[in-house]
Design a protein around this ligand. Structure first.
Ligand SMILES: [Mg+2]
Length: 199
């Protein structure tokens, strides 16, 4: 069973209309792979322990699912004190929308990665089609929980608490191919973001 985690709009909030970032976050800068100039990022140091404790308490296997790809662990997770989690090997697609087919472009890759397993997935950019998919996946025996933070606020303790409680409902052995019986897809607390690009 997996815990997929996005970065932009989840760990790095998007500035609001006034350009403000939550006061919980500090400014840093990183040089992503393939770039020569640093880019600014904003991180909340509490998020590292929050996610680490969630993984430890639930047994969920954390996986980065973000266009930061291999930079996620190296540039972001490391700064938060997290171990080097693996990442979903997302392709580089010639798309101009994060929902080229009406749903989040990462979804098929997540589905493949988590075939036959329950999954929780934190991302700020789900559409209603993604929530429908999660409900259908859950109904077919593979509990699927989508958590959708406000992209201007990012993940909150309440989100991880929701995941923790959800994980406790998973049947023993659900890390295997045994179908589960719970219905746990959940809509997050905000509408989909149109500002998050492909993050
Ligand atoms: Mg995002």
């Amino acid at each position: 069973m997996f815990l997929f985690c996005d970065i932009d709009g989840v760990l790095i909030p998007f500035p609001d209309q006034a350009g403000a970032i939550p006061a919980t976050h500090y400014r840093d800068q990183v040089i992503p792979t393939g770039r020569e100039e640093p880019v600014p990022i904003w991180l909340n140091p509490a998020h590292g322990p929050l996610l680490a404790e969630l993984a430890a308490a639930t047994g969920l296997q954390p996986v980065w699912c973000t266009s930061w790809r291999s930079d996620a662990a190296r540039l972001i997770g490391h700064r938060l004190g997290l171990p080097p989690w693996p990442h979903v090997k997302l392709p580089y697609l010639p798309i101009t929308s994060s929902h080229p087919n009406g749903y989040l472009w990462k979804r098929d890759h997540v589905a493949t990665h988590a075939t036959g397993r329950p999954l929780a997935w934190i991302d700020d950019d789900f559409t209603s089609a993604d929530h429908d998919w999660a409900e259908a996946r859950t109904a077919s025996g593979y509990p699927t929980l989508l958590i959708q933070p406000d992209p201007h606020q990012g993940i909150q303790a309440g989100h991880t608490e929701t995941i923790r409680r959800w994980a406790l409902t998973l049947p023993i052995g659900s890390g295997s191919h045994s179908p589960a019986h719970r219905t746990a897809a959940q809509h997050g607390g905000c509408a989909s973001s149109s500002s998050s690009g492909f993050a």
